[in-house]
Design a protein around this ligand. Structure first.
Ligand SMILES: Nc1ncnc2c1ncn2[C@@H]1O[C@H](COP(=O)(O)OP(=O)(O)OP(=O)(O)O)[C@@H](O)[C@H]1O
Ligand SMILES: [Mg+2]
Length: 328
């Protein structure tokens, strides 16, 4: 569905020395710095996937999305979105994709939301009946009706994001690009937006590429993550493999029914902390089954009152990676 091969985008920016002398010098000869915003990336995305495209600030995420949507032309490499080259056939591509930039609205800000939708309806030549059905769905899932008559520039951030999401899907695209769709939203709206994204991916079978700095968005939504850093893709796979790759273990809290004295547990389980004679926290790889631990404890004859496993902390793993403590 989406094929990206050896894609790069370089920006040249003028170097200017400070002061008036620097300005004069800049007029005569221009030295430039080259920024490799996207640096030779290759990936495939299949129909129906929901991919979390993550990475630190300035990593190259938005630049990638802009190339995939045809807003920017690549410096080199190839993009095929359902066989269409986005920058060469931008209009044709627009029919099959939806895009939301969380930082900026795509709506006509002077118009009431409703009129923006009317315009989209005629631009995309959407059949009246299908249009009505879509609107009903968005009214239902996003509560769009409450602010449908409101001028777009007067919407709150959450309302604007919902309107932008609905607008991006009104022409029934098969692919949706979301660049930080939950930025600045309160917890309730965030959850609503997350559920909506999941719904359209699962039920409407829309392929979704999502960039976000919100770990919970990723944990809740993404079945695949691609991590980009300094223009290069440094990880492409699922979350649990990522956790085990960076050695990010799960925590197991055990409350024993009576004091256990000295507890010895074989690897891969390790004691992280002994909180009291009856309370321990262990660590173990995420995919290590608890049954083997239970068997060990049973053999030792130590009765368990409660046992709790917490998923590895993705934020910790990402921080480690972004700080370069783990070479992948
Ligand atoms: N039009 C441009 N001209 C020059 N440099 C640019 C341009 N657009 C982006 N860049 C640079 O390219 C790099 C990647 O930027 P990009 O916006 O893709 O990052 P990002 O991963 O989306 O970051 P964030 O998480 O902060 O949104 C940055 O160093 C940025 O300054
Ligand atoms: Mg960005």
């Amino acid at each position: 569905m989406i094929k990206v091969t050896h894609l790069s985008k370089h920006f040249k920016i003028k170097k200017r020395k400070p002061g008036i002398f620097g300005s004069i010098q800049a007029l005569i000869k221009t030295e430039t710095d080259l920024i490799k915003a996207v640096d030779d990336i290759t990936f495939h995305i299949n129909s129906g996937e929901l991919v979390g495209y993550i990475g630190p600030n300035g990593a190259g995420k938005s630049t990638t999305i802009k190339m995939l949507t045809g807003i920017l032309t690549p410096t080199s490499g190839d993009i095929q979105v359902n066989g269409i080259n986005p920058s060469k056939e931008r209009k044709k591509n627009a029919y099959q994709i939806g895009v939301v930039f969380g930082q900026r609205t795509q709506l006509w800000t002077d118009l009431p939301v409703e009129e923006s939708f009317d315009l989209l309806k005629s631009i995309y030549k959407i059949d009246e009946k299908i249009y009505k059905q879509k609107l009903e769905l968005f009214f239902d899932l996003l509560g769009l009706k409450d602010f449908f008559k409101q001028q777009a520039r007067k919407l709150s951030l959450g309302q604007r994001m919902k309107a932008d999401l609905a607008a991006s899907l009104i022409h029934s695209p098969s692919i949706l690009f979301l660049d930080e769709p939950t930025i600045g939203l309160d917890i309730i709206v965030k959850e609503k937006v997350r559920e909506f994204i999941r719904e359209i991916n699962r039920n409407a079978k829309v392929t979704v590429i999502l960039t976000t700095h919100d770990i919970q968005d990723i944990e809740y939504l993404a079945n695949r993550i691609m991590i980009i850093d300094k223009g290069k893709i440094v990880y492409d796979g699922n979350l649990s493999n990522f956790n085990s790759l960076v050695g990010n273990d799960s925590f197991i809290d055990i409350h024993f029914a009576s004091p256990v004295g000295s507890l010895e547990i074989p690897l891969p389980f390790q004691i992280k902390e002994k909180k009291s004679e009856t309370n321990y926290t262990l660590i173990a790889p995420e995919n290590e089954p608890l049954s083997s631990l239970l068997q060990i404890l049973q053999n030792k004859g130590v009765p368990i009152q409660e046992i709790n496993r917490q998923k590895p902390d993705l934020a910790v793993a990402l921080k480690k990676m972004y700080e370069g403590k783990n070479e992948l």
